[in-house]
Design a protein around this ligand. Structure first.
Ligand SMILES: O=C(O)CCC(=O)C(=O)O
Ligand SMILES: [Fe+2]
Length: 360
């Protein structure tokens, strides 16, 4: 008998977190979450418990922040930060070999820089944020936001573990002390460039999971996700939700059962703001540990039944696995250097050529 056609998705599922915790409603939530995890890799979460004020404060700050003069942006340029934190201008980041049409500020949990010679180079990713002195109200807003998103991320991971028939804390063991947040502005493009690359097709490489706030009104479009049939599916703005998607390390640890789904943003005639929060993976996670800790569980037949998903599910396309680097930290550093080559050349000259020329 020929295999059944592969199921694919044409819309992104909505997961209502208020159904958690009640034995009458939680099973419905977990079943839907399991479908989203195994068959889609993208979802909206609603009733997520992050205070509206914390989200609104960030959303309203964005147009003011990006309206700062070029000198204020340059003062916190990412090119001065060995931790890859700070501002990068429109066109300066590269995805899928092409320049992205967006400007962004990258922040993380406030950490002291503790790297010194002899420690793994990826420890140098930890460090303080460059805060724009001309916009002092930003720091407390970003700090509250990171703190709330870190809490949400942990609550969410407990549900994900349950939905995949694992103990609640299973995925927390992989978390980093550093989560990253980007504040992103896609400029309005002239008609002739509309539909061009806002950010090129990619799977999220920096995190365990990504929690994205689409911070523009619903008529502003741009984010799309690739389904298994190879079609781009729109991810419209739904107020009061976060878009949540799987990062590459999670795909590896789940033995390819939960895939990091490819997505992109198209530029358009309207400017767009977004805020992705990248939940971090601990830098010392080794390939061996990532591949083997949960392998037996995710090789079970319950994950490889039904719609011909198994082969697809097992085929993990991961730079982390293909690369020559043993730890997640090293793989992450490589990604950062390739995306922000000026920072790489300045602070990581010893490994720059190796990382930039390595096409694995
Ligand atoms: O801006 C968006 O909506 C998505 C951005 C994104 O995919 C990323 O920064 O990884
Ligand atoms: Fe992304």
């Amino acid at each position: 008998m020929s295999p059944l056609p592969k199921a694919t998705f044409t819309e992104i599922p909505r997961i209502d977190l208020s159904l958690a915790g009640d034995p009458l409603t939680e099973p419905t939530l977990l079943a839907k979450l399991r479908y989203a995890l195994i068959d889609v890799g993208f979802m909206y979460i609603e009733n997520h418990g992050v205070p509206t004020r914390v989200v609104d404060d960030i959303r309203t700050a964005l147009p003011e922040l990006f309206a700062l003069p070029p000198s204020a942006k340059a003062a916190v340029s990412i090119s001065n930060s060995p931790h890859f934190l700070g501002y990068s201008g429109d066109g300066s980041e590269t995805t899928a070999g092409q320049s992205d049409r967006r400007e962004q500020f990258e922040f993380a949990n406030e950490l002291t820089a503790t790297w010194r010679e002899g420690l793994p180079l990826s420890e140098r990713l930890r460090g303080p944020n460059p805060w724009p002195s001309e916009y002092p109200k930003l720091r407390p807003l970003v700090e509250s936001y990171i703190s709330e998103m870190s809490d949400l991320g942990e609550r969410f991971l407990r549900l994900v573990a349950k939905a995949l028939s694992l103990g609640e804390g299973t995925f927390l063991d992989f978390l980093s002390d550093q989560h990253r947040l980007k504040l992103v502005h896609y400029p309005a493009l002239p008609e002739s460039e509309s539909g061009g690359q806002g950010v090129g097709p990619h799977k999220d490489s920096s995190g365990w999971w990504t929690f994205l706030l689409q911070a523009s009104p619903p008529h502003v479009k741009g984010l799309q996700v690739l389904n298994k049939a190879g079609s781009w599916v729109d991810v419209p703005v739904i107020p009061d939700t976060f878009v949540v998607n799987i990062g590459q390390a999670f795909e590896v640890v789940t033995n390819g059962v939960c895939k990091a789904t490819t997505h992109r943003v198209l530029g358009g005639p309207l400017e767009r703001f977004s805020v992705p929060f990248f939940q971090g993976v601990r830098r010392n996670l080794s390939k061996d540990e990532a591949l083997n800790t949960l392998k037996a569980h995710f090789s079970g037949p319950e994950f490889h039944m039904g719609s011909g998903e198994s082969e697809e599910g097992r085929d993990i396309d991961s730079a982390f696995l293909k690369g020559k680097y043993d730890t997640w930290g090293e793989a992450q550093l490589r990604t950062k250097i390739r995306s922000h080559r000026d920072v790489g050349a300045r602070f990581y000259s010893d490994v720059f050529d190796k990382y930039v020329n390595d096409e694995s």
